[in-house]
Every structure is written in structure tokens, then in C-alpha cells.
Design a protein around this ligand. Structure first.
Ligand SMILES: C[S@@+](CC[C@H](N)C(=O)[O-])C[C@H]1O[C@@H](n2cnc3c(N)ncnc32)[C@H](O)[C@@H]1O
Length: 477
């Protein structure tokens, strides 16, 4: 790694030339990687080698601390990432080499020179050997890409489980495998790098991708909101950028609520909601999503609280009200307790019952029925491209048997995601409300809130409109 090159005597220089004064002001080590613009399809790591002569102060091991702590030395010590700045002298076990941030002694500040002399240090030159591992992904990339492509070169990627996905502009496509390999090399937790292709599956919304580097393994295990999600990225929809939107809606739910997720995907709303106590109907038309959703329900231990289905959103909206009425969820019984807490609770209950003189005999099933959850509090509709078109399915959902649905003291809230090309907030709001009302066939005026989720393209924003379902719509003929 580091080789001792030559020894220099430390002489005091009475006057420094203008050049050496300038040099003395800044470190002179050029650690930039070698430029290899000829490399295009295959990454040749061995080509990234550089030897830099570095000045080092050789001092007895006992003096290393005083050099490193000295205020005078601070600006002159070598401080490079991933490079040790103090080394054992290969020729003398009792001596240490403290690396400085200059290559030549003329570049040393006079006060540093004086200090080193006081410490009886001698100056030596080391060869610092930098290799591929030293440089960052950006530095390597910039030394390979044509100069005109360096500005704006792809530096970002999204991570889902062990998989990184990039969105390369077409001018970078000739370098796509090199780019993928660099991302793989520089991020040890990534095992697969893909490029998102333009085409998106129009029905189930997952995007097509091509492998750039690493293992062709697309079944990922991703963690979000303290939940574990497993899914095949080539067959289901997932977007890590929606994390805050998932959290935002889940925070709106009370643990006692029943939530109906019409376009549930693999469960990023449904499973965290169930973890906080909500009962959830989670539906997705894509059989692969429904399959992984079911697996995620088991993996996250929320089997009693999430019921998965695989049907068209319109049918689901029409059926789910009846399903929860006919098969209610048990009442919410408080936060999930740890084993220790459970034990303590049982102990207290026992202690209480043994001191109570009269034991009330109650029909437990009647109590459960009374407080079981039979009504839907929230509908989630995250299919921004077309969710608004499903809103007419709410017309008359409570009409089927008005008597049975009398328990709907509160109409459910609807959280419907959508896109708009109106970028100005007031115009976006007007556009979205107009489309929602036209589909519902009714005004929305209760608890209406618009939330801008994210900008998806320069001329397209994603919103979530929340509103309480108008009673007249639910009971519409
Ligand atoms: C934008 S994704 C949202 C998934 C999930 N809610 C999330 O936030 O990651 C929309 C989902 O709707 C599903 N989908 C598309 N059309 C559907 C339909 N007609 N009925 C039910 N689900 C549908 C897709 O398979 C996809 O999983």
C-alpha cells in the first residue's frame, strides 16, 4: 500500500519563494482518479490505480499523540477518507510515520516546519497507492463518462430490499452496465441493480425493468413502518417514495376503525394499519399482489385483523359493506401486549376476581357481538390513474337493506388518490373536486381535504382527496 521512497533532511528555510508560499496555503495532494474515457461497456477496475508521493513526519511512537493533537499541525495532517494517517515505519518498529497533506517539503508551512524540528521529526516521502476501492461511485463514473455527460450523470437510485433501481436517461444507456456495476460495487447491501424501462404494466401498474448488474433475483424483502414486505418486483406494484403517504393515512386511522383498502397492492397501508389495531379488508385485482399480500399478513402476524381478497375494485366496494356486517371483526381490545405484559395482566385479573364477593354472570358472546366492528370507517383508493372512475360504485352501497345498515351513524371517509395536470394548488383542487363530484353525481362538502402527495412528472402531480361519503350517495337509488 504505502512505500517508503526517500528520506529528506529537515532544514530550516529562512525565506520561501512566492510559489512555495502559495503552495503552503493549500494541500497539494491530487487524489482525483485517473481518467479512462475509453471504457464503455466493461468496467476494468484494475485501471483505477494511482500512486501519490506523500510527505510524512517520522517520529518516535511516543510522540505521535503530540503531533496529532497539536494546533500547529492540524491543518497540515493528511485527512483522506479510508486512508490511515499514522503508520508503523517499515524500517523501525519504534518509529511512526504521520502522513501530511503535501507531497514536497517546500509546501510545508514555516510554523509546521519549526514544530516538527522541535519534535526531532525527520521528513520522508511515502508512496500512497490508491485503487478502485478508494474512489466514490461518482468519482469513478466521472472519470469514465464523456465529459459532456458528467454534469447530471445518474447518481441516484431507489432501494427496495436488496434491489437498486435506476431511471437512466437515454444518453447514459451505452454505459448502463458499467453504471450498474459501480452502484453494485459501492453499496454492499445491494445485490441487484435494474433500470426502469419506460413501459409500465397498464393494468397492474408495475414497471418493466432490465438487469444492469448483480443477481437476477427480483423477490425482495423490504422494510417499511416496522413491517416486513416480501414481493416479486417484476410482477407487483411497489413505490418506496410513497412511504410518507402510507404513514400519513395510517396515522389518520383510529385503532378501533375498520379500513377497506380497494387497491391494496402487497399491503403498505393495510398491514401497518392492522399493526396499530385496525381491522382491514385488503383487496387487489393482481393475483400476484394478492399472493404476496397474504404472505405479508402472515409474516407480520396480523392474520386475525386483515382479510385479503382478489377482485375488481368496483365489486369490492359494493360487497365489503355487507361482508363486515355479516362477519364482523372482534372489538379492539387495546394495544398488543408483550408476553410479560400479558402475564402481569392475567395476574392482576386473577387477584381481582379472587377478592370479588359476587361474580357477575354475563353472556360473553353477547358482549363481543355488541362491541364487534361492523361498519367501515375508511376507504383507501390508491390507484391514481383511475381511482376517481370507481367512485360511482359508492352510489347506493347502503341501500340494499337500509334497516341493516342503520348502524352507520357516520358515513365512511374516502381517501382517493389521483393525478392532475393543474400544477397551481387552487386549480388542482378545483379540477379534482369537479371530477370527483361528476363521478359521484353529488357535491362533496363534508370534511373535504386535499393533500399533495408528490410531483410525478414536470407537468403532473399526485394528490389524495379525502372526504366523507355523502349520505345521499350511499343511499342513492
Ligand atoms: C398504485 S398501486 C397501489 C398499491 C398500494 N396501495 C401501494 O400504495 O403501494 C395500485 C394497485 O391497484 C391494483 N389494481 C389495478 N386495477 C385494479 C382493479 N380494477 N381492482 C383492484 N385492484 C386493481 C394494482 O394491481 C396495484 O397493485
Amino acid at each position: 500500500m504505502l512505500g517508503l521512497q526517500s528520506c529528506l533532511s529537515l532544514r530550516k528555510r529562512p525565506g520561501l519563494s512566492f510559489f512555495s508560499k502559495v503552495m503552503a496555503c493549500k494541500p497539494t495532494l491530487d487524489t482525483s482518479p485517473p481518467v479512462h474515457r475509453w471504457m464503455d461497456t466493461t468496467l476494468q477496475r484494475d485501471a483505477f490505480k494511482k500512486t501519490i508521493p506523500v510527505l510524512a513526519a517520522r517520529v518516535p511512537a511516543s510522540k505521535t499523540g503530540s503531533l496529532l493533537k497539536s494546533d500547529v499541525m492540524r491543518k497540515s495532517l493528511m485527512d483522506l477518507p479510508k486512508v490511515r494517517s499514522v503508520l508503523r515505519d517499515p524500517h523501525d518498529d519504534l518509529q511512526r510515520l504521520v502522513l501530511l497533506n503535501v507531497s514536497e517539503d517546500v509546501a510545508l508551512l514555516p510554523e509546521v516546519r519549526d514544530f516538527l524540528q522541535e519534535q526531532s521529526a525527520t521528513l520522508v516521502v511515502h508512496n500512497l497507492n490508491l485503487t478502485y476501492d478508494y474512489w466514490t461511485a461518482d468519482e469513478i463514473l466521472h472519470s469514465i463518462l464523456p465529459e459532456e455527460l458528467c454534469k447530471g450523470s445518474p447518481s441516484g437510485f431507489a432501494i427496495t430490499g436488496h434491489l437498486a433501481h435506476m431511471n437512466l436517461n437515454k444518453e447514459y444507456l451505452p454505459y448502463k452496465h458499467i453504471i450498474g456495476q459501480i452502484v453494485l460495487d459501492k453499496n454492499p447491501m445491494i445485490k441487484t441493480v435494474v433500470n426502469k424501462l419506460d413501459s409500465i404494466d397498464t393494468k397492474y401498474r408495475f414497471f418493466k425493468m432490465e438487469l444492469l448488474a448483480g443477481e437476477p433475483n427480483y423477490v425482495v424483502e423490504h422494510h417499511e413502518s416496522n413491517c416486513r414486505f416480501t414481493f416479486d418486483f417484476t410482477h407487483v406494484y411497489w413505490n418506496s417514495r410513497l412511504h410518507t403517504e402510507h404513514d400519513r393515512l395510517v396515522q389518520l386511522f383510529q385503532p378501533t376503525d375498520v379500513v377497506a383498502d380497494v387497491f391494496a397492492g402487497v399491503g403498505p397501508f393495510a398491514i401497518p394499519a392492522a399493526k396499530k389495531g385496525c381491522a382491514v379488508f385488503a383487496n387487489d385485482l393482481n393475483p400476484e399482489s394478492a399472493k404476496y399480500l397474504s404472505q405479508n399478513i402472515i409474516d407480520n402476524k396480523v392474520t386475525g385483523l386483515v382479510r385479503a381478497s382478489c377482485e375488481d375494485g368496483r365489486d369490492f366496494i359494493k360487497e365489503v359493506i355487507g361482508r363486515v356486517r355479516d362477519h364482523p371483526f372482534p372489538a379492539y381490545t387495546g394495544p398488543k401486549l408483550s408476553k410479560m405484559q400479558e402475564k402481569e395482566k392475567r395476574r392482576l385479573q386473577l387477584a381481582k376476581s379472587s377478592t370479588t364477593a359476587t361474580v357477575e354472570l354475563v353472556d360473553q358472546s353477547a358482549v363481543e357481538n355488541q362491541s364487534s366492528r361492523q361498519t367501515i370507517s375508511h376507504f383507501v383508493m390508491n390507484l391514481p390513474d383511475s381511482a376517481i372512475n370507481f367512485l360511482d360504485a359508492f352510489r347506493g352501497i347502503l341501500l340494499e337493506s337500509e334497516r341493516d345498515f342503520g348502524n352507520y351513524a357516520n358515513m365512511p371517509m374516502i381517501h382517493c388518490h389521483c393525478f392532475t395536470r393543474e400544477l397551481q394548488p387552487e386549480r388542482a383542487e378545483a379540477d379534482i373536486i369537479q371530477r370527483v363530484e361528476s363521478k359521484l353525481g353529488h357535491k362533496v362538502d363534508t370534511e373535504v381535504a386535499l393533500h399533495m402527495v408528490r410531483s410525478v412528472a414536470p407537468n403532473k402531480d399526485m394528490y389524495c382527496i379525502s372526504f366523507r361519503l355523502p349520505r345521499d350517495v350511499a343511499f342513492a337509488q
